[in-house]
Design a protein around this ligand. Sequence first.
Ligand SMILES: NC(=O)c1ccc[n+]([C@@H]2O[C@H](COP(=O)([O-])OP(=O)(O)OC[C@H]3O[C@@H](n4cnc5c(N)ncnc54)[C@H](OP(=O)(O)O)[C@@H]3O)[C@@H](O)[C@H]2O)c1
Length: 319
Amino acid sequence: MRAAYHESQGGLDVLRVGELPDPEPGPGDVLVRVKATSMDRVDVYWREGSHGMKLRWPQHVGGRDIAGVVEAVGAQVTSVAPGDRVVASGERTHASLALAPAELTFPLPDGVGFEAGGATPTAGRSAHQALVEKAQIQSGETVLVMAAGSGVGSFGIQIARAMGCRVIATAGSADKRVRAMGVGAELAVDHYNDDIVSAVREATDGRGVDVVLDHVGTPVFAAAVRSLAPEGRFVTCGVTAGHIGELHLGQLFVKGITLMGVGRPDNQRIAATMRGLLAMIGQGQVDPVIAAVYGLDEIAEAHRLMESSDFFGKIVLVP
Ligand SMILES: NC(=O)c1ccc[n+]([C@@H]2O[C@H](COP(=O)([O-])OP(=O)(O)OC[C@H]3O[C@@H](n4cnc5c(N)ncnc54)[C@H](OP(=O)(O)O)[C@@H]3O)[C@@H](O)[C@H]2O)c1
């Protein structure tokens, strides 16, 4: 197979593109010819060796998202067959062939393209798991989505809207704030220069939001907690900009706030979340936002764009 990989950690110059041995499906695996996959922030962490990420294989191939056509299945797999269009969560997906467990391989909904499918599993699933499974958002509630231009944020806004919620978003540039409102936020706040708490209070008649979806961490944590209404829920699925937060315990007990993390759900829970998300996408309620599309040979450009944060939505790779 053709793959983008690196054998050491460091700058963009460690990235290589070349032939690696084809993966062999185990009894419960699906081998997919990858038509589209995507970049996740963690691919940059893996390449850099930051956030405690270690190389997982001598030739480390990044990526976890797959949209493509089933090439072969393991002996125990009956849910999909060669030739099926699928979307899946696997590993080593920045390649022309990739493996996924059958339980995390789903039919690509009719009318949904490979690029949209390849943009979906990791970011979309995390946003859905955080909002629907963990925070249990309800129609009529108000949700604050931090860093709306991220993969997680761009899905989070749309999932909350699809569930009947009002959405306030934050983003670091005027362009991203316009884009956030274009996918369903009714207000977008500058998370570097605006007072998030005041903006939220003004937009909610002083009450605050019912739920905060965060994946930024330290720089926004205090504002996130202070933006919550009584009985509000804070849910995190990432710590892009720092993992330490200062918490005023008085706010927690007086306001009855709940703090939660998305955790590492087992495959059964991930599958249930993916089915819910794919139904929303199939019905057109959620439309994965594609920021840019690169070929495998342009892997360094894809990493560079991810590092810059100068994009809205998901960076897609088409091997
Ligand atoms: N738990 C899981 O399974 C899971 C799954 C997916 C993602 N994640 C994690 O969730 C995070 C987001 O992932 P992603 O792929 O969606 O990220 P992404 O697309 O790379 O977006 C990262 C965002 O972080 C924002 N940001 C960076 N520094 C900031 C700061 N100081 N203040 C405010 N915002 C800041 C940027 O917003 P601006 O440019 O607008 O400032 C950018 O939009 C990552 O940490 C990732 O590892 C976890």
